[in-house]
Design a protein around this ligand. Sequence first.
Ligand SMILES: [Zn+2]
Length: 124
Amino acid sequence: MDRAQILVIEDLNVAGMMRNRHLARSLSDSGMGELSRQILYKAWWHGVEVRVADRFFPSSRTCSGCGELKCDLDLSARTYSCGACGLVIDRDLNAAINLARWRPKEPSTVTLLLPMRPPLLSTA
Ligand SMILES: [Zn+2]
């Protein structure tokens, strides 16, 4: 297979982030709602399963090498460096690896998105 079968996106707590004045401007500028709508539509069109990782999954703070959870990850740090195993990795790549491995606690809550059906969104 040369394309993705499953797409994992994060259910980001946008309302919570909007209360952070440093993030509020960039979030409102980026149009988060429009982006997720576009992603869901494209996935639905191509028959790709969409899994929505719950907002409490610590994708950024978990080491993709050893699973160590970092309690003090600075929002501005672009590199993730693990104190436990010594892994140094791009912050977004680390989070993406963790999301790719993420599995819902309840498989039945994941909706397979297929053409000719309304795009349904499920959360874990
Ligand atoms: Zn580690």
